[in-house]
Design a protein around this ligand. Sequence first.
Ligand code: DQA
Length: 143
Amino acid sequence: MKILVINGPNINMLGIREPGIYGANTFHDLLALLDKTAADLNIQVDQYQSNHEGYIVDKIQQAYGVYEGIVINPAAYTHTSIAILDALKSVSIPAVEVHISDVDSREAFRQISYAGLACAHTIKGQGLDGYRQAIEYLVNNKS
Ligand code: DQA
């Protein structure tokens, strides 16, 4: 199985940005976790991070016919981007939304998720382990 993990803006700043909210683990730690999860489950996991909305749309479109699952943390674009929602709907690849923090217990504007409308499942507030849980969800629910 081939899964693509997409991270949006500022996720590359993990470990530096707001550690009280996002924890002390770095983006490098996240990449290591993805590699370990892929090895443990004997699947292929590729990753892409961008601070640019259109690049994320491009990457979702390019996933069509290539990947059987998408894990996406659109970060701030979660709460604003109809373009990312439409891209996920366009490719119809089973998708799981991840948020490192518990967005439900934060500001009201973080409780709106456009991308989540195209996702089969959402994992919030589990730290980096949420990515492993999302990959496992896609593996366990493969059609
Ligand atoms: C986030 C939550 C978003 O509200 C925020 O803009 C992020 C990260 C999370 O993983 O908790 O950048 O998606």
